[in-house]
Design a protein around this ligand. Structure first.
Ligand code: R5P
Length: 341
């Protein structure tokens, strides 16, 4: 049957054995590939499955009157290579607990290998001991995933690279950089500067600047309390008369981005765009963005963006092709870092 080419074809589709059979189906490259989704972001999981040309694994999640969750895997996963997709969305703790219980159920159903796929890693900002006697929850998340039975972790744009080192099981970090850069490259007909929203993001943002062959400026932003509020102190680099593209790992309350846009405009920037990986968009972030002077916000779909959050100035790019390709490569034992070369 003829069909329109999918994104998956662009990546070359599944490898084929000598007789042309689909490798994952016959299992001659190892165990059968299965993909399951928690309730956080089934739309993304289905998109990934479509690209992999596989169905979403069947499972039921039951919540008892006492708020306990029971997961039942409704198909055979014995010896399978299983990927469970669950980004961290609100309610964060419930979603994470659900992920642990799904992994537990799959482990006890005798899967051969389980990869926890967290397009947005839970508690990513709790990654350091910058005050006495505080939790480092991103580390705890890694430990809990391993304890539940995950053998690998697949994630995207961690808030800080050290989180990868928190994991004692292999952890692959994908980057949305190629997706965001391809989008912005198509617009670059003018004098642009890439801007890091804070000093912590300089290394990552420098990667965007290098890929786009643009100069880099840095916003010197500080948080003085643990209250989601930050103050812009200075801008390092030449921005006057240019158009600016701010890159950051996440937009949560929108405070950082809106304030950065205002500061840049007050420093003589002509127009501000932003490319942000994870659209957390909590509280009144959408209203803030709508009122702001930001011209365009480009995010990815690592997290769901419901219709009521879809502003005219918001563009959502899909990370599904990248996740599908990474899952295929992990399954077939190929390099994942090659995706970024
Ligand atoms: C902070 O270090 C992050 O990179 C983001 O800038 C921050 O999470 C954005 O938060 P908000 O949107 O609440 O200002």
């Amino acid at each position: 049957m003829n069909r329109a080419p999918t994104n998956w074809d662009i990546f070359g589709g599944f490898g084929r054995g000598e007789t042309g059979e689909r490798i994952n189906e016959v299992g001659n490259m190892g165990d059968k590939l299965k993909v399951f989704s928690g309730s956080a972001h089934p739309v993304l999981a289905r998109e990934i499955c479509n690209l992999l040309e596989t169905g979403l694994g069947e499972m039921t999640i039951h919540k008892f009157a006492n708020d306990n969750i029971k997961v039942k895997i409704e198909e055979n996963v014995r010896n399978a290579d299983v990927f469970v997709i669950q980004p961290s969305t609100i309610p964060v703790n419930e979603g994470f607990m659900e992920l642990l219980i799904i992994i537990d159920a799959i482990k006890h159903a005798s899967a051969n290998r389980i990869t926890a796929v967290l397009p947005y890693y839970a508690y990513a900002r709790s990654d350091k001991k910058d005050e006495p006697r505080i939790s480092i929850t991103a580390r705890l998340v890694a430990d809990l995933l391993e304890t539940a039975g995950a053998n690998r972790i697949l994630t995207m744009d961690l808030h800080s690279p050290q989180i990868q080192g928190f994991c004692r099981i292999p952890a692959d970090q994908l980057l949305a950089l190629p997706i965001l850069c391809d989008y912005f490259r198509a617009k670059l007909e003018d004098d642009y500067v890439v801007v890091a929203a804070d000093a912590g993001g300089v290394k990552t943002t420098a990667g965007y600047a290098a890929r786009l062959h643009l100069p880099l400026a840095i916003i010197d932003k500080r948080r003085f309390a643990d209250d989601d509020k930050a103050a812009v102190l200075n801008i390092v680099g030449e921005v006057e008369g240019k158009k600016a593209i701010i890159f950051d790992d996440e937009i949560s309350t929108g405070g950082t981005l809106v304030e950065a846009a205002e500061e840049l405009l007050s420093f003589g920037v002509r127009e501000v765009l932003a490319g942000i990986v994870h659209p957390v968009l909590v509280g009144n972030a959408i209203q803030k963005l709508e009122r702001s002077k930001l011209k365009e916000l480009v995010v990815t779909n690592t997290l769901p963006v419901p219709p009521e959050k879809k502003l005219n100035k918001l563009t959502v790019l899909s990370v599904a092709p990248l996740f599908a390709e990474a899952i295929k490569r992990i399954h077939e034992g190929e390099s994942v870092s090659a995706l970024f070369r």
